[in-house]
Design a protein around this ligand. Structure first.
Ligand code: ADP
Ligand code: MG
Length: 357
């Protein structure tokens, strides 16, 4: 077996768990475009991205730094920073609400909501929760962990402070924080990096979201803590049945976490497939290059990691036609001017005109 197949085999074994993924769409992103108009020009940070996140499943989004992963997440949460703006596309969220009359399903286009309005605020943090790389930037330094979790629960749900406090303690226990009734009295700076990320996850899960967006949640952690947090997220997904959008530049982490994968390059998706298929049968030259650059245990220390040749073009001057052409070993003038989004297998899509050769 070559390196890629070994990796895929290891991965399949680690994925034999009790999760119940579904085929029910929860969030459908269609031809999303989010641009930044700056004095130097337009950055097409997200330029026509489409994918579906299913209830109970994990969609991995992978690509090098600057390819538009975070801006995609910010677009869904409607927290894109100025001068960024969603200029096209739809983000359909299939909301399921418990009302007096029973369970009600409704589809809502998040791109049409006022980013500061009541409706997105009732969704963000409750039905769609998020965790980012650096919890210190998202947790308030001047409030205790407990205060922040209790407040989040009370903003979204009509429960008493005592009930909210009991839930805060319960969820801190679920994320593996020791002595949860004491931890909730602490401030973020009094916790270690790993504990802070656990507290941040507790905050995200306090209102039982149907979707958790995790943007590089373990990138700032050491490898042991990273492994623990990834395991924790899988456990919590099994318990809560939530969907996860897992964003990372690290394909090794994708192998651990994702059911389906979207590979992004310069604001566009270049390949999409179920995770085993992507690792066994990568079709885009960029995906192949990413796979070759994964560090692996047991690799001889003198053996250098292969890096992807060439530089990522500057975001103000993305080449016309295939954006990967400047670094692609298969590039051929005339053939690669207008790369098509081609289905090469069941649920396996690739944006490369040379993928079928
Ligand atoms: N405030 C901003 N102004 C201009 N460009 C931005 C801004 N924020 C992000 N971008 C650009 O959008 C692109 C995608 O960024 P991002 O989504 O953060 O990448 P990733 O998360 O994949 O590393 C990059 O080219 C980045 O420079
Ligand atoms: Mg990012």
């Amino acid at each position: 077996m070559d390196g890629e197949s070994v990796m895929a085999a290891e991965m399949s074994l680690s994925k034999l768990d009790g999760r119940v993924p579904t085929d029910e769409p929860l969030l459908e992103v269609r031809d999303l475009r989010t641009y930044f108009e700056t004095l130097e020009g337009t950055v097409r940070a997200v330029d026509g991205v489409s994918f579906t996140i299913y209830r109970g499943r994990t969609l991995g989004i992978v690509g090098e730094s600057g390819c538009g992963k975070s801006v995609t997440a910010h677009s869904i949460l409607r927290i894109v920073q100025r001068p960024g703006r969603i200029v096209g596309g739809e983000i359909i969220f299939h909301r399921r609400r418990q009302t007096a009359a029973g369970v009600v399903d409704e589809a809502i286009d998040l791109t049409r909501l006022d980013p500061f309005g009541r409706e997105i605020r009732s969704i963000r943090g409750k039905e769609i929760a998020y965790i980012f790389q650096e919890p210190m930037a998202s947790l308030s330094p001047v409030h205790t962990i407990g205060h922040q979790i209790i407040e989040t629960i009370q903003i979204h749900e009509n429960v008493s402070r005592d009930e909210a406090r009991a839930r805060a303690i319960e969820v801190c226990g679920q994320v593996g924080l020791p002595r949860p009734h004491e931890v909730i009295e602490r401030y973020p700076h009094q916790l270690s990096g790993g504990q802070r990320q656990r507290a941040f996850i507790a905050l995200a899960l306090a209102c039982r979201p149907s979707l958790l967006i995790a943007d590089e949640p373990t990138t700032a952690l050491d490898v042991t803590t990273e492994a623990q947090i990834l395991e924790l997220m899988k456990d919590l997904q099994r318990q809560y049945g939530m969907a996860i959008q897992f964003i990372t530049h690290n394909l090794g982490v994708i192998a651990e976490m994702a059911d389906d994968v979207v590979v992004m390059y310069l604001g566009r998706q270049v390949e999409q497939a179920p995770v085993d298929e992507l690792f066994f049968n990568p079709r885009h030259p960029y995906t192949r290059a990413l796979l070759r650059s994964i560090p692996r245990l047991g690799r001889k220390t003198r053996q250098r990691l292969e890096s992807i040749r060439g530089m990522v073009p500057d975001p103000y001057s993305i080449p016309a036609g295939c954006a990967f052409r400047t670094r692609c070993p298969l590039y051929r003038p005339g053939v690669c001017d207008d790369p098509q989004w081609i289905e090469v297998g069941p649920n396996h899509w690739v944006r490369c005109n040379r993928a079928m050769e």
